[in-house]
Design a protein. Structure first.
Length: 133
């Protein structure tokens, strides 16, 4: 597992412009789940996370949810077919929760949805490890 993870982190793709997307997860049934997030990723030399919610939005939000947003985004960005992106600034712009229907897993899945939308706009490939002459 450690060799897989090292290989995963050794490849690096980059992108040029910030991209902002909204993602959500809804499951209906006997145990409904709901969460929605809006995030922005921007170019950076290292992974950074910033929470930029309106003051009234952060009240009552379970602090674990922020970690699960990061996990969901990394789930997508580190396993992109076109090359992983591990160095970026993630800004959490909005989170919508429900006191009954929101779970950490629902938040992670909403973040994955937003990250997939971002990833689909990025046509980046790993930089070559050598330069041809």
């Amino acid at each position: 597992l450690s060799m897989w993870f090292s290989d995963l982190l050794s490849n690096k793709s980059t992108f040029q412009e910030p991209i902002e997307k909204h993602g959500e997860y809804r499951r209906i049934g006997p145990i409904p789940w709901f969460a929605a997030v809006t995030i922005r990723i921007s170019p950076s030399e290292e992974l950074q996370v910033e929470i930029d919610l309106e003051p009234n939005k952060s009240e009552g939000v379970d602090s674990r949810y922020y970690d699960h947003i990061v996990y969901g985004v990394l789930d997508v960005m580190l396993t992109r077919e076109a090359g992983n992106i591990k160095d970026f600034k993630l800004t959490i712009l909005d989170i919508e929760t429900d006191p009954v229907k929101t779970t950490p897993r629902a938040v992670r899945l909403a973040a994955r949805d937003a990250a997939r939308k971002i990833s689909s706009e990025l046509y980046t490939y790993p930089k070559p490890k050598y330069e041809s002459k």
